[in-house]
Write a protein that binds this ligand. Structure first.
Ligand SMILES: Cc1cc2nc3c(=O)[nH]c(=O)nc-3n(C[C@H](O)[C@H](O)[C@H](O)COP(=O)(O)O)c2cc1C
Length: 205
C-alpha cells in the first residue's frame, strides 16, 4: 500500500543537520502553521498557540534554555508548540464560524459545550492532557507538511519548560509541549530508524 502521503510518513526522520544558510519567509511560516491547525482537536477547541523563533536574536534566546541543541540555531525556524489548558467557555466562540456558515445549527452549540464542560473542567489532569494532545496533533501535521515540501524537522523535549515559558511570555494556562525545528536540511541525516515489530505493538481483538 503506498501513495504520496504514506511515502511522506514512511520517509520522514528526525533531522540533526540543517542548512544553516536557509531561511523561511514569514508567509511560509504562516502557511505551515495554517496547515498545522487543520489537525483535529477535541470539541474543535483549537487550544494551541505557536511561537516561531526565526531571527538570530530570538534563536540566541532559546538555544541556551534548550539544552544548547544546535537545531535551534541551525534550522530556519523552531516553533514553540504550546497547548492551552482546556477552557470550555471558549467553545461557542470556536463554533461560531460553523454556525455562521450554516454547517452547525446554533442550538447544537450547548450540546458540545455542556458535555465538554463536564468532561474537563473539574479535572485538572484532563485539561492538561488535552493541551498536550492538541499541541501534539498540530506539531505532527507540521512535521509531515514539512517533509512533503522536502524539509526536515526535529521535535524536541530537551528544554527547560519554566525558562521557555518565562522567556517567551507564556500565560499561566499555557504548556510548552515541545519545540519543533523545521527547515531545509544539509546532508548527513540518518534515515528513519527501524520500528518495533507490529506484532509487538498491535492487538487484534
Ligand atoms: C516528543 C519527542 C521529543 C524529542 N526530543 C528530542 C530532542 O530533544 N532532541 C533530539 O535531537 N531529538 C528529539 N526527538 C527525536 C527522537 O529522538 C526521534 O524521533 C526518534 O529517535 C526516532 O527517530 P526517527 O524519528 O528519525 O525515526 C524527540 C522526538 C519526540 C517525538
Amino acid at each position: 500500500m503506498t501513495n504520496a502521503v504514506i511515502e511522506t510518513i514512511l520517509s520522514r526522520s528526525a533531522s540533526k543537520y540543517y542548512d544553516t544558510t536557509a531561511t523561511l519567509s514569514d508567509d511560509q511560516i504562516r502557511e505551515l502553521v495554517q496547515i498545522g491547525t487543520a489537525a483535529p482537536t477535541s470539541f474543535h477547541l483549537q487550544n494551541w498557540r505557536f511561537i516561531a523563533v526565526r531571527t538570530p536574536e530570538s534563536k540566541a534566546r532559546l538555544r541556551p534554555i534548550a539544552w544548547n541543541q544546535p537545531a535551534i540555531t541551525d534550522a530556519a525556524v523552531t516553533f514553540i508548540v504550546i497547548g492551552q489548558l482546556v477552557d470550555t467557555s471558549v467553545i461557542p466562540n470556536r463554533l461560531a464560524p460553523l454556525v455562521e456558515a450554516g454547517v452547525m445549527p446554533a442550538n447544537m452549540v450547548p450540546e458540545w459545550e455542556i458535555p465538554a464542560r463536564d468532561l474537563y473542567m473539574a479535572y485538572p489532569q484532563r485539561r492538561r492532557d488535552e493541551a498536550v494532545r492538541t499541541a501534539t496533533f498540530g506539531a505532527a501535521a507540521i512535521i509531515y507538511a514539512a517533509r512533503s515540501l522536502g524539509m526536515g524537522s526535529t521535535p524536541m523535549i530537551g528544554f527547560d519548560f519554566d525558562a521557555v515559558a518565562s522567556e517567551f511570555g507564556l500565560a499561566d494556562d499555557e504548556v510548552p509541549v515541545m519545540l519543533l525545528s523545521v527547515g531545509p536540511e544539509r546532508p548527513g541525516n540518518w534515515k528513519q530508524k527501524p520500528r518495533r515489530p507490529v506484532e509487538e505493538v498491535l492487538d487484534l481483538v
